[in-house]
Design a protein around this ligand. Structure first.
Ligand SMILES: N[C@@H](CCC(=O)N[C@@H](CS)C(=O)NCC(=O)O)C(=O)O
Length: 212
């Protein structure tokens, strides 16, 4: 298992990015030392040839571990969990695969549904919003969360009875869901999971923050 020197870990990305929040949350859960540099959004810096050389998408986050750079937030979570083996990402193949499955679900299904509501409500001036479209998108978002409900009705956490890597990407988004000014159907198991996450100091420090 390759080991790393914690002091070498550098995270590139503004702390207001949901994808950067995931990495900050895990670094905190694992008690790792790191430096973070603000890039992206109003900070800029992601269009420079140097940044693009290491992350051709020009997005945040990028993790630097010595001379190794990695982008895609969920891949970064798995990298950190593999160099610092943790019960949050167990080796048992089915358990690990289930965690990975829900992490992919966050990227491929839920993220776009959250962005569709978050962007107009938080990033657009009120005059430019289309309330009817936002209401439709809020319904679609609730339908997305419903896909996770059976899992949360049967278990305390996304991939089973223990907190795992799968809770991090989805946990960042569930805070946005409850913090946005939208209509939400009652989903008691989802709310209970969100409240469970709120008992974790690292979640409150990095993800359950006012929306900006
Ligand atoms: N799939 C990528 C998406 C990264 C992404 O979309 N990052 C957004 C912030 S959440 C970004 O870089 N936006 C432009 C910016 O902040 O300059 C990941 O999970 O890392």
């Amino acid at each position: 298992m390759p080991q790393t020197n914690d002091a070498q870990l550098i995270l590139w990305g503004r702390s207001t990015s949901s994808n950067v929040m995931k990495v900050l949350w895990l670094l905190d859960e694992l008690g790792l030392d790191y430096q973070r540099h603000d890039v992206g959004g109003d900070f800029g810096g992601t269009d420079s040839p140097e940044y693009r050389r290491h992350n051709p998408t020009g997005l945040v986050p990028t993790l630097q571990d010595g001379d190794f750079r990695l982008w895609e937030s969920n891949a970064i979570l798995r990298y950190l969990a593999s160099i610092h083996p943790t019960p949050l990402w167990p080796q048992a193949p089915r358990m690990r695969a289930t965690i990975d499955q829900w992490m992919d679900f966050q990227q491929t299904v839920l993220n776009g549904l959250v962005v569709a509501v978050f962007r107009p409500l938080i990033r657009l001036p009120a005059a430019q919003r289309d309330p009817a479209q936002i209401a439709r998108d809020a319904k679609a978002l609730a339908a997305g969360w419903r896909l996770l409900l059976p899992q949360l009705e049967a278990h305390a956490y996304v991939a089973g009875d223990g907190f795992s890597l799968a809770d991090i990407p989805l946990g960042v988004l569930v805070h946005r869901f409850y913090a946005l000014d939208i209509e939400r159907p009652e989903m008691p198991a989802l709310r209970a999971w969100y409240e469970r996450l709120l008992t974790r100091p690292a979640y409150v420090r990095h993800a359950a923050l006012p929306l900006v």
